[in-house]
Design a binder for this molecule. Structure first.
Ligand code: SAM
Length: 275
């Protein structure tokens, strides 16, 4: 096979090229174009609508960081809802916490789950945990209609295109507020503050209209555009504090630790100035 490069177009002036050694799977699902490719530098990668969602080599950073800060800020997270996250990486991290009794996950596209089970067994390894319940449906509809209440909601969505657009909307955040317990926390992936500044600021503005407290934190996710990636936590009661002294770190971490817990909320000046 001659050399093959996949292009990920981020703006009219910026594209990232990935050298592909094999296309392992390609399909058009009812919601998006899905592909699994073998890259030379990052191992296997899951692609949706031409945007890299996870790579084998660095998925742990994003998944640990979308989950563990809020799981340690909340004193007793027993019921967790994940919206999106079809690859299963967020579910894997949530279920590392023994205190979790029930983790519901609502993913719109069952084909993402199937592909992850087939090609990313180390990411999709927790779907059979008895505490996990997978619902294949629209997360927007689920939060509008469910009678369940949660301690934590984690929005592990793709970028705001196609079915994910409304996951970045104020009506979704209002519904999420309603189904959170009175000391509940929501955390959302809030995109690159450099490449998706507008979306990042819109998320801040909407969450501040709905929740009394909103905090941004960040990590460097090398395979997401530009590197610095933000997460925004909105809370009814708890504030980010030092890693709680009475708790122990869960097993199997590669990125998150007590120091990262504090450091992540210390924002670079350019992000602080945007807020
Ligand atoms: N970490 C990734 C990133 O930032 O690129 C996100 C990964 S995860 C694969 C995103 C998932 O959100 C996809 O599987 C997609 O199908 C799902 N999704 C998009 N819109 C959704 C909706 N309205 N309800 C539930 N899941 C949705």
């Amino acid at each position: 096979m001659s050399e093959y490069w996949m292009e990920e177009k981020h703006t009219d002036g910026y594209r990232v090229s990935w050298k592909i050694t094999n296309i392992l799977h390609e399909e058009k699902t009812p919601f998006q174009e899905l592909a699994v490719v073998e890259t030379t530098e990052w191992g296997k990668a899951l692609i949706l609508d031409n945007a890299v969602q996870i790579t084998e080599k660095d998925e742990f950073i994003y998944h640990e960081m979308i989950v563990h800060p809020v799981m340690y800020i909340h004193p007793n997270p027993e019921k967790v809802l994940i919206i999106g996250g079809g690859d299963g990486g967020t579910l894997r991290e949530v279920l590392k916490h023994k205190r979790v009794k029930k983790a519901d996950m609502v993913e719109i596209d069952g084909k993402v789950v199937e592909a992850s089970k087939r090609f990313f067994p180390e990411v999709s390894c927790s779907f059979d945990d008895p505490r996990a319940n997978l619902f294949i449906e629209d997360g927007i509809k689920y939060v509008k209609e469910t009678k369940e209440k949660y301690d934590i909601i984690i929005v592990d969505s793709s970028d705001p295109v196609g079915p994910a657009v409304e996951l970045f909307g104020i009506d979704f955040y209002r519904d999420a507020y309603r189904i959170l317990n009175e000391d509940g926390i929501i955390v959302v992936q809030s995109e690159s503050p450099i490449f998706f500044k507008e979306t990042f600021l819109k998320v801040q503005s909407y969450l501040k209209q709905v929740f009394p407290m909103v905090y941004v934190y960040w990590a460097v996710c090398p395979t997401y555009v530009s590197g610095p990636w933000t997460f925004t936590m909105a809370s009814k009661k708890y504030v980010p504090d030092k890693f709680p002294g009475d708790k122990e770190l869960v097993d199997g971490l590669k990125y998150y630790n007590e120091g990262i817990h504090t450091a992540a909320f210390n924002l670079p000046r350019f992000i602080r100035e945007m807020l």
